[in-house]
Design a protein around this ligand. Structure first.
Ligand code: 4AD
Length: 431
């Protein structure tokens, strides 16, 4: 009986009203309506649909005695149902339980479960409507970023994750035993992207980056997904415009395609930001804080809560530029008129703070060598990187955008742990 039906995805059910179809999925919710009728919500990964079963159909008792999360195959006729939160309903004429679930499913997690328990049970939490919507949106966001890069003729490359050359300084390096040597999990693919520019022109990668962060915050993961474009023959202004265009593209595409996800998260105020975005130098930001009684020692980092204070004040994305060089990594090009400032840029967005960090790269061979010496780097470990400055250097720059932080911003999530499949924090390596 079951194999004769047309198998459809729940997301496609709207195109099958009046037809007899088969769906395969999991029993998300079960509600009894007396002894003779059941209401289910079935989930197949592409969506949720309401299913009505009467006790005269084959397999009814099997489902009646089953628990939430049992895997099921349902056949039945699709109808539109404006009252149902999912818009459509299937009146089942056959049902099969593929594999049952256990009564303990009801005890696994509760609405008031602690954060740690929810993290322990993340493999079950991700089955939920909101958690799975975040994962599905992640897939969409990656598509929008790739689409943007294709439009701009950037080539995607796949740099190594195991590396010997630190990119963002020693403090957050993850060492890995590499036979008789020590390797590090990459903090950023930037150096490899720079090295490949003369081969491919503008490039990008979407790859994991790793930071051994000792503190737990709302926006730090130990392992995160990093979108990094790198562009040749550009100046600082081009780089900032490129970053602006990226944000505009992903927000536009989200508004076009993901309005239901935005609705699910109660996001009503996402707008395509006006171009040019607000810009502020580091010195101007310090003045902003001073006028509000918040002091930051000149040259010091603007910490997370202060970033948010600034950007929430404006309620729109803000580029911070002209950071003190001493604060920034060895590879930053300095401002020609003032070497104490780096050609660095961070993009801050409301509710999260920094989602993009980037800048122009030092393209002069002698200068990059002396910078590496300043940080006591082993020059041999960086030959492959510095050679670009020796054989046909060009002005170039790029940035890194944190995927999870961007999702946190767009879906207004309270914490980065909800923006990733299985988060990694200090003391958390499971699941
Ligand atoms: O500002 P960051 O450290 O810049 C770099 O790594 C550059 N090498 C990138 C480049 O120019 N190609 O990191 C870039 C972005 C941040 O703005 C943030 O969005 C994200 O990466 N990020 C993190 N996201 C989650 N957890 C962490 N621990 C993160 N650290 C950085």
């Amino acid at each position: 009986m079951i194999s004769m039906e047309k198998v459809v995805r729940v997301s496609d059910i709207k195109n099958h009203v009046g037809e007899n179809v088969q769906i395969r999925g999991w029993m998300h919710l079960k509600r009894e309506h007396g002894k003779h009728m059941l209401f289910l919500v079935v989930r197949d990964g592409t969506g949720f649909v309401q299913v009505v079963l009467r006790d005269n159909i084959q397999g009814y008792n099997e489902v009646f005695n089953s628990y939430r999360e049992a895997s099921v195959i349902i056949t039945g006729e699709v109808s539109e149902d404006k009252r149902s939160p999912y818009g459509y309903e299937i009146r089942a004429n056959g049902v099969k339980v593929v594999s049952p679930s256990q009564p303990t499913i009801e005890e696994e997690i509760q609405p008031d479960s602690s954060v740690e328990l929810l993290l322990d049970k993340r493999h079950l939490v991700v089955r939920g409507e909101k958690a799975s919507a975040v994962l599905r949106y992640t897939d969409k966001l990656l598509r929008y970023l790739r689409e943007f890069c294709v439009e701009r003729d950037l080539t995607e490359v796949i740099p190594p994750v195991l590396t010997k050359a630190a990119c963002e300084g020693g403090a957050t390096l993850f060492p890995v035993k590499y036979f008789d040597d020590t390797a590090y999990l990459t903090q950023s693919s930037q150096l490899y992207l720079e090295a490949v520019l003369p081969a491919l022109g503008d490039v990008y990668c979407i790859q994991k980056s790793f930071r051994a962060e000792h503190h737990r915050t709302r926006r730090h993961l130990l392992e995160y997904y990093h979108f990094e474009p790198e562009l040749a023959f550009i100046d600082f202004g081009d780089l900032i415009r490129f970053a602006e265009d990226t944000i505009i593209h992903i927000v536009k595409r989200t508004l076009e395609e993901d309005y239901k996800t935005l609705e699910l998260f109660g996001v009503t105020d996402l707008k395509v930001p006006r171009q040019p975005f607000r810009r502020m130098t580091y010195a101007e930001a310090l003045d902003f804080f001073k006028s509000r009684g918040v002091s930051i020692e000149p040259g010091m980092d603007i910490e997370e809560s202060k970033e948010r204070l600034l950007v929430d004040h404006f309620g729109e994305p803000v580029f911070l530029t002209e950071f003190p060089s001493v604060q920034k990594a060895f590879y930053f090009k300095r401002k020609e008129s003032d070497e104490s400032l780096a050609q660095a840029v961070d993009l801050l967005v409301p509710t999260v703070g920094e989602i993009i960090g980037g800048g122009m790269r030092e393209d002069d061979y002698d200068k990059i060598i002396s910078r590496l010496r300043e940080i006591n780097a082993n020059l041999d470990d960086y030959r492959w990187y510095t050679d670009f400055r020796k054989y046909g250097s060009v002005p170039h720059g790029g940035y890194g955008l944190g995927i999870e932080r961007t999702i946190e911003w767009i879906l207004r999530l309270e914490h980065i742990r909800d923006a990733t499949l299985f988060p990694r924090f200090i003391n958390r390596l499971l699941p």
